[in-house]
Ligand binder design. Structure first.
Ligand SMILES: NC(=O)c1ccc[n+]([C@@H]2O[C@H](COP(=O)([O-])OP(=O)(O)OC[C@H]3O[C@@H](n4cnc5c(N)ncnc54)[C@H](OP(=O)(O)O)[C@@H]3O)[C@@H](O)[C@H]2O)c1
Length: 241
């Protein structure tokens, strides 16, 4: 039984992490920006009771992060796994919602910064805020849900803001691993594959259940030898930065 915090837990990959962690008996802290609208989480709360705690959590809002941390302290005395999952892309309402891949010539600084805030700065601030609980965790691990589009080696598709944000999340993952190695806290980034969610779209080949089952399998077996690495959802194979 693990104690797990998942950000962006009300839909998509985050919601599937919640489902699978609850099914195996974990205590789950599910961060959602608008818990009032999180119907699937409400249903899970009715089924799983005290095993699930829904926390209001906007990863771009310091006050919200501090509030989620205070609530977490009343529920658990340690955190074994932090899944930094919340994310947006250029097509998201939060980033202007104009087009999926905004091309050179049409880039906007506020929209680009919004993507970087949610996908890169947010996860780092959440990790920093929850370090005290992670330090009291068993085999504590931080898993950042990155993307193959963040690979500099394989750059091609995607858009500026999203790709930059995931490349920078990978660097944050490596920096955390260096700082936290001495405390036996593992920090890794995952490519979850191309997954059928609001972000991934209906053409994506992977169901959320398949991607998340793969990542949880890898997370279960993580060792300090893997800290700081960028890993495949499927088998934990190291991916090129
Ligand atoms: N799907 C794919 O194929 C794919 C591929 C590679 C990487 N990823 C990554 O996987 C992660 C999950 O993606 P997904 O496909 O599940 O996307 P999704 O279905 O669009 O869900 C995104 C989640 O992030 C939350 N979120 C957005 N901004 C937030 C904020 N400021 N604070 C807290 N939560 C916030 C959303 O909450 P609201 O409901 O409140 O908006 C939602 O729960 C993302 O980091 C994404 O970049 C996905």
């Amino acid at each position: 039984m693990e104690r797990v915090l998942i950000t962006g837990a009300n839909r998509g990959i985050g919601l599937e992490f919640v489902r699978q962690c609850l099914a195996r008996g974990d205590t789950v802290l599910a961060g959602a920006r608008r818990p009032d609208e999180a119907r699937e989480l409400d249903e899970l709360e009715r089924r799983f009771g005290e095993m699930l705690h829904i926390l209001p959590l906007d990863v771009t809002d310091d006050t919200s992060i501090a509030g989620a941390h205070r609530s977490a302290l009343t529920r658990v005395d340690g955190l074994d796994l932090l899944v930094n999952n919340a994310g947006i892309n250029e097509g998201s309402h939060d980033a202007g919602g104009r087009r999926l891949y905004v091309r050179l010539g049409s880039l906007s600084a506020p929209d680009t910064l919004r993507v970087l805030h949610v996908n890169t700065v947010g996860p780092l601030m959440v990790a920093q805020a929850f370090l005290d609980l992670l330090r009291r965790g068993r085999r504590p691990r931080i898993a950042g849900i990155s993307s193959g589009l963040g690979s500099i080696t394989h750059a091609g598709g995607g858009g500026y803001a999203y790709n930059m944000s995931k490349a920078a999340l990978n660097m944050a993952t490596r920096m955390l691993s260096i700082d936290l190695r001495g405390e036996d806290i593992v920090s890794v980034a995952f490519s979850p594959g191309w997954v059928r969610t609001d972000m991934g779209g209906s053409q994506a080949p992977l169901a959320p259940a398949e991607s998340v089952a793969g990542m949880l399998g890898v997370i279960d077996g993580l060792t300090m030898e893997q800290t700081g690495e960028f890993l495949s959802w499927k088998d934990g194979k190291r991916l090129e930065w």
